[in-house]
Design a binder for this molecule. Structure first.
Ligand SMILES: *Cc1c(COP(=O)(O)O)cnc(C)c1O
Length: 373
């Protein structure tokens, strides 16, 4: 039995085929002797050795299911950040949480808002849930409260805000976040993605814990992939109102955090010194890179995270693609950000001292060749 309107093979729901797959930062540089991967905002210092040890203890227990409630991990997170463990939900990376939030709160006909150069996962999560992505314009590569509010309609269900944002490295002061929240309808969920919170050294910044604690419609997401150095294990979490935790716990995979991530995550939280070392490293090299690259005549967007956005305007004879190829040839792998609507930029993760110095030298050589060659 088939009619002309019945397809002859399974067809994904509307929205699925509108998704451009996420393309991760490249990791290779064919031919280069030594590769410095500066394309995915991973920490150059690696994870805490204690996390690596804890990870290894799972090798003898691979046949066992992990604790699906990740009780010890949630308790460790709660202890470290002063939170209620019952209001923490963990995930297979914070990407998992971002998707679960869309799955729980967005359906066909609903809208989710993010900003022009916002993290790409938001668009994917909204479309995957059958919703409509709405892009709010930015001002000087910063999220703009009034522009976001102007996008709100009766169909709006979620606003995703990365703070600081990737790939721009810019941030929204907490007063502005509060102003945004105060003007959103109470049924609209505000998701504060604080993946880089630990790196921020600004008095007017806050991750959003206070807003989550005192409202029904704010969620903060965090990750172990960045400063904790556990990107490969896939571990993230959110702090959320009880009703939202309840919704997420109904739809998440029952074992969406694996045992190795659970053990390594707990150990990583305990190693406060390691995180402090990573913050110190960034405090030294983020300004150094921004300044040195600036002196080459390249514009660098002021960043509060562990990466910088470098501009290569074609009007000055420069090309992000050429610079990317030039640096890759020297084993320096940066992130092209054309998919973020920034075709004339590259994103550079703060690396080891060796990598940082090599990048500045290579950029100097590229700029000289481009200007005089
Ligand atoms: C890296 C990053 C994350 C973290 O993703 P994980 O799935 O936890 O690895 C989340 N949000 C932003 C903006 C990021 O840049």
């Amino acid at each position: 039995m088939s009619s002309s309107s019945t397809p002859d093979r399974p067809i994904p729901r509307p929205g699925v085929l509108a998704i451009d797959p996420y393309i991760p930062g490249k990791s290779g540089a064919p031919g280069a002797m030594k590769i410095h991967k500066l394309s995915s905002n991973e920490t150059p210092l690696g994870p805490s050795p204690r996390a690596v040890e804890a990870f290894a203890t799972i090798a003898s227990k691979l046949e066992l299911y992990p604790d699906g409630s990740v009780a010890r991990l949630r308790a460790a997170i709660a202890g470290r950040f002063g939170l209620d463990a019952d209001r923490i939900v963990c995930g297979n990376g914070s990407d998992d949480i971002l998707h679960l939030l869309a799955m729980a709160y967005i359906g066909p006909g609903d809208e989710g808002i993010f900003t022009t150069h916002g993290f790409l996962v938001y668009r994917i999560a909204i479309l995957a849930s059958g919703g409509t992505p709405i892009v709010a314009p930015e001002t000087n590569l910063c999220a703009d409260v009034d522009a976001i509010l102007a996008c709100v309609t009766p169909r709006t269900k979620i606003v995703y805000l990365a703070n600081p944002n990737n790939p721009t490295g810019t941030y929204m002061p907490f007063d502005e976040v509060k102003r945004l929240h105060a003007s959103l309808p109470r049924h609209v969920l505000l998701v504060l993605d604080a993946a880089y919170a630990e790196y921020v050294r600004r008095n007017d910044y806050a991750e959003g814990i206070e807003l989550v604690a005192t409202n029904e419609n704010v969620v903060m997401t965090r990750t172990f992939s960045k400063i904790f150095g556990l990107a490969n294990l896939r571990l993230g979490w959110c702090y959320a109102p009880a009703a939202i935790c309840d919704a997420l716990n109904r739809i998440r995979g029952p074992f969406n955090v694996n045992g190795a991530a659970l053990e390594a995550g707990i150990a990583a939280l305990e190693d406060v010194k390691h995180v402090e070392g990573a913050i110190e490293h960034n405090e030294k090299w983020l300004p150094w890179l921004s300044h040195e690259i600036g002196t080459l005549g390249l514009e660098v967007t002021p960043s509060v995270a562990n990466f910088v956005l470098i501009h290569f305007p074609p009007s000055s004879g420069l090309s992000a693609a050429d610079a990317d190829a030039f640096l890759t040839g020297r084993g320096l792998v940066l992130r092209a950000v054309g998919a973020y609507g920034l075709p004339h930029c590259l994103r550079l993760t703060v690396g080891t001292e060796e990598a940082n110095r090599l990048v500045v030298e290579a950029l100097r050589a590229y700029v000289e060749a481009a200007r005089h060659g």
